[in-house]
Design a protein around this ligand. Sequence first.
Ligand code: PLP
Length: 377
Amino acid sequence: MYFDYAATHPMRPVAIEAWTQAAAALNPNSVYASGRRARSILDDARETISRLLGCEPIEVIFTASGTEANNLAVQGLYQAAVRSGFPRRIVTTPIEHSAVLETARALEKHAGAELSWLPITASGHVDASLAVAELERPAAVAACMWANNETGALQPVAEMAAAASEAGTPFHVDAVQVVGKLPVDFAALGATTLAASAHKFGGPRGAGILLARRTPTPAPVLLGGGQERGIRPGTVDVAGAAATATALQEACSEMQEVEARVAGLRDELLRGILATIEDVRVNTSDPALPGHLNVSFPGTDGDSLLMLADAAGIEVSTGSACHAGVNRMSHVLEAMGVPADKGRGTLRFTLGGATTAEEIAAVLHELPRIVATARSV
Ligand code: PLP
């Protein structure tokens, strides 16, 4: 029973087919016939993605992961802005994925950045009015995730993009958890850059997308042959791009139906947990992604819950990160003000298109015993 779709989505058969078909493609930058054939597959993929995500084809940059897309945007926008005289300030949130968090911290350590952290409410959301106020003062870059990967909480990125734009601050959105699950219109959003990851919506692992407006362009972080507008040099993986576009097309076409069903199953899971287990803390609050449910069971720890769930055939993840063998609460729950003794035993269930009512019933059958056992050790 797979409940870890937010970690990675099984590759869609249509994407495997597209991948296989394009696997023999050669260098899309070569001018001879085989190069032009590869180029045409790549152009089609770029065109499809731009149509589905509301941007121009030239704004689609193929990367090797969501992590890479986030790094190229945050580092690149920061360096470009500082070079053109912007203050060395980065506005971001303490609940970002480490791809953004560690990049911002590295810029603080090695490139003189001053970090302004936006506070997080108890429900796991950025307070929109505080964010807008903070964004009145220009910064080299501001970055906020659209949906949090642990809780699923949706953030006020449209309001933030408008405020950042007003101050002339480049704004990056980590949309890795949103693309393929909710409609995305990059032009309407008004962000400068947006990161996505193919394996989160049924494309291949090791393939990412950075949407980057024509200006301001992130300064290159990787130096090389100038492919992908010089933002991500290196010979592009044509098969990966084709499979990404095909997966996104299918994800978008079934989005409405799948997400409505997934939300129903998630609500059923939550109702069942609350009805059968005492002392539960629910960390997912609306507005949130339809398939996310993050719950803490005080008196347990994440590792015990995970191992007991795995033994029962339930594949789920814990919000807590294990630091040097110490089971610590996640940085996201910490930022929400969850006390450590309440949040150490947390499970994140993420549902997808193949999740069934029978699987939910099976989890609800097993979970009370799993939590009771974890509480007794
Ligand atoms: N950003 C968010 C919000 C994520 O959830 C993830 C993956 O878990 C990433 C970035 C990194 O994506 P990738 O695995 O493609 O590097």
